[in-house]
Design a protein. Structure first.
Ligand SMILES: [Zn+2]
Ligand SMILES: [Zn+2]
Length: 236
């Protein structure tokens, strides 16, 4: 960002803070979208975990599920378990229209990214189907990827993946097989895409990993890879 732009954006942020003061999505305290107390009370997605899907697993490198069928992504990571204030933050971003919380969420993701250092050259947000994007006004994954790009310096490749059809909510699916069936063939790589690259998929929450797997599968089939994935939280 240029000097003038960053001064303007800081001034704009101060103005926004006056009109819409930041409140913690966890406890309602003024000052930040996630206050230090709520942040430290939110369970972090710490090891021991499967090196591939980051599911809780103590038995070694990869969990049984990944040994049985390796996901199309190499590895997934996230700062938080989908609980407490992390859950509130996702809800605020996704259902309450609080797009500004994305910057705070991306900061936690950037912390994981700088420790993890996956060999990637661009960020790819998980796309929404057109209808859902229009009704929400934005794609939450795109906002997270944009903020993460600002913090990490990695470019966002927002045009690479597209969603071909609307899919039912993964959170409401009966089981893992249903989640995979939901997203089967849902994602496609736009033709005439740039040269193949090592990519980092960005999403808000990982449920079973079926959505990230379907996205990675489409990217790998189009010649990209390796593909890794970073989310803000995951269901344990
Ligand atoms: Zn709080
Ligand atoms: Zn696994």
């Amino acid at each position: 960002m240029s000097g003038v732009a960053s001064v303007l954006s800081a001034a704009w942020e101060r103005t926004l803070d006056l009109v819409f003061p930041r409140r913690c999505v966890g406890c309602g305290a003024f000052g930040a979208f996630l206050c230090p107390a709520c942040l430290s009370a939110t369970p972090r997605a710490q090891p021991p975990r499967c090196r591939a899907c980051w599911n809780r697993y103590e038995g070694g490198d990869a969990c049984f599920r990944c040994l049985q069928q390796r996901p199309a992504f190499e590895a997934a990571r996230c700062p938080f378990v989908y609980a407490g204030a992390a859950r509130e933050a996702v809800h605020a971003l996704k259902y309450d229209g609080l797009s500004a919380v994305a910057a705070t969420m991306a900061e936690a993701m950037a912390g994981v990214l700088s420790e993890w250092r996956p060999p990637v050259t661009a960020l790819v947000p998980v796309p929404l189907a057109g209808r859902r994007r229009r009704s929400r006004g934005y794609n939450q994954s795109e906002l997270l990827a944009r903020e993460l790009s600002r913090l990490s310096g990695l470019p966002v490749n927002g045009g690479l993946l597209m969603k071909r059809k609307a899919t039912p909510s993964q959170a409401l699916a009966a089981d893992e097989a249903a989640r995979h069936a939901n997203v089967e063939g849902a994602f496609a790589v736009r033709p005439k895409a740039e040269t193949a690259g090592a990519l980092l998929l960005v999403d808000d929450v990982m449920t079973s990993g079926a959505t990230l797997d379907a996205c990675a599968r489409a990217l790998v089939a189009a010649g990209h890879g390796p593909v890794c994935a970073l989310t803000f939280a995951r269901e344990d």
